[in-house]
Design a protein around this ligand. Structure first.
Ligand code: UTP
Length: 294
C-alpha cells in the first residue's frame, strides 16, 4: 500500500456542548485567540505532508468553506490600508486546496468518515478531528505517518488520561508494547467508569487502511446511538493488525467548554502580541476579590 496522501477532517457535529454559541456558528470556527480551531488542524495536516484534504461539513457549517476561500473585498481593503501582515494571515488559509462533503445528518463520527469514502478510494488515509489541537515539535500526524511507513498498518494516536476521565474517551486494551507503539487487543468506546482496560485514550488523530470502510458501511450504531469510529476500528483489528501510538506533544480538547477556555488562556499567554498583557490581566483577576469569590 502506498503513501498517506489524503486526510479527512470531520466537522459536521452539532456542537451541543457549546449551545447557544453553536446554533448558527460551527464549533470548529470558534477562535483560539485569533485563529479558528480548524485552521490549526488543517495546518498540522499540511505540515505532515498531506496533499489532499476533505472536510466533512453539515448544516450551518458554511463559515468553514468561506474561511478557506478568497475574500477579494477584504483583501482589497487590507491592501489599500497597507495592512500586509493581516493580508498574509488571511491568505495563508485561502491558499490551501480543500474539498468538502456534507454529512446530511449527524449520525456520529464513524458515519462522517464513511461519507468521505469515495474521495479516499483504495488507499491509506488520515483522520484529524476538527476540534482537537495538538502542539508538538514534530506534528502529531507526521509521527503517525512515520509509524504507518514502518508497519503498513492502521495507527491510532493515543495519550494517557487520568483514571477518572477514561469514560469520556475511546480506550485501548494494549497487548504488547514496542517503545511508544502498542499492539492492541481491544478498542472500547467510552467505557463505564471503573471498567476501562487502560488509561490510554484515543486522541483525534488516526491513520487508517481503506478496509475500515467495509465495517463503517455496516452502519451499526454504538454508544449514544451513534455510528462510532472506535467500533469499526475494533472490527478492523479482528481482521488486520491495528496499532496505537503514544505520540509526543500536548493535545488540547477544544470541543468542550473547560478545554476550550484552558486552551484559549494558554495560547493567549504564549502569544507574542498580547501574552504579557494577558498575564497582567489574569493576575489582576485572580487577586480581585470581587471577581474571584472564595
Ligand atoms: P464531537 O462529539 O466532539 O462533536 O465529535 P459534536 O458531536 O459536535 O459535539 P457535542 O457532543 O454535540 O458537543 C468530534 C468531531 O467529529 C465531528 C465533530 O464535528 C467534531 O469535530 N462529528 C461528530 C461529525 O463530523 N459528525 C458527527 O455526526 C459527529
Amino acid at each position: 500500500m502506498g503513501k498517506v496522501r489524503k486526510a479527512i477532517i470531520p466537522a459536521a457535529g452539532m456542537g451541543t456542548r457549546f449551545l447557544p454559541a453553536t446554533k448558527a456558528m460551527p464549533k470548529e470556527m470558534l477562535p483560539i485567540v485569533d485563529r479558528p480551531t480548524i485552521e490549526y488542524v488543517v495546518q498540522e495536516a499540511i505540515e505532515s505532508g498531506i496533499e489532499d484534504i476533505i472536510i466533512v461539513t453539515g448544516k450551518g457549517k458554511r463559515a468553514i468553506e468561506d474561511h478557506f476561500d478568497n475574500n477579494f473585498e477584504l483583501e482589497n481593503n487590507l491592501m489599500k490600508k497597507e495592512k500586509y501582515d493581516l493580508l498574509e494571515k488571511i491568505n495563508k488559509s485561502a491558499n490551501v486546496e480543500i474539498h468538502y462533503i456534507r454529512q446530511k445528518e449527524a449520525k456520529g463520527l464513524g458515519h462522517a468518515v464513511w461519507c468521505a469514502r469515495k474521495f479516499i478510494g483504495n488507499e491509506p488515509f488520515a483522520v484529524l478531528l476538527g476540534d482537537d489541537i495538538v502542539q508538538a515539535e514534530k506534528p502529531c500526524l507526521k509521527q503517525l505517518i512515520e509509524q504507518y511507513e514502518e508497519t503498513r498498518s492502521s495507527i491510532i494516536g493515543v495519550q494517557r488520561v487520568a483514571d477518572e476521565d477514561t469514560h469520556r474517551y475511546g480506550i485501548i486494551d494494549p497487548k504488547t508494547t514496542q517503545g511508544q507503539r502498542y499492539q492492541v487487543s481491544n478498542f472500547v468506546e467510552k467505557p463505564e467508569q471503573g471498567t476501562a482496560p487502560s488509561n490510554l485514550a484515543i486522541m483525534g488523530r488516526y491513520i487508517l487502511t481503506p478496509e475500515i470502510f467495509d465495517f463503517l458501511g455496516k452502519q451499526e450504531t454504538g454508544t449514544g446511538g451513534e455510528i462510532q469510529l472506535t467500533d469499526a476500528i475494533q472490527k478492523l483489528n479482528e481482521h488486520q493488525t491495528v496499532f496505537a501510538y503514544d505520540f509526543d506533544g500536548k493535545r488540547y480538547d477544544v470541543g468542550e467548554k473547560l478545554g476550550f477556555i484552558r486552551t484559549t488562556i494558554e495560547f493567549a499567554l504564549n502569544n507574542e502580541e498580547i501574552g504579557e498583557d494577558v498575564r497582567k490581566i489574569l493576575k489582576e483577576l485572580v487577586l480581585d476579590k470581587e471577581v474571584v469569590k472564595e
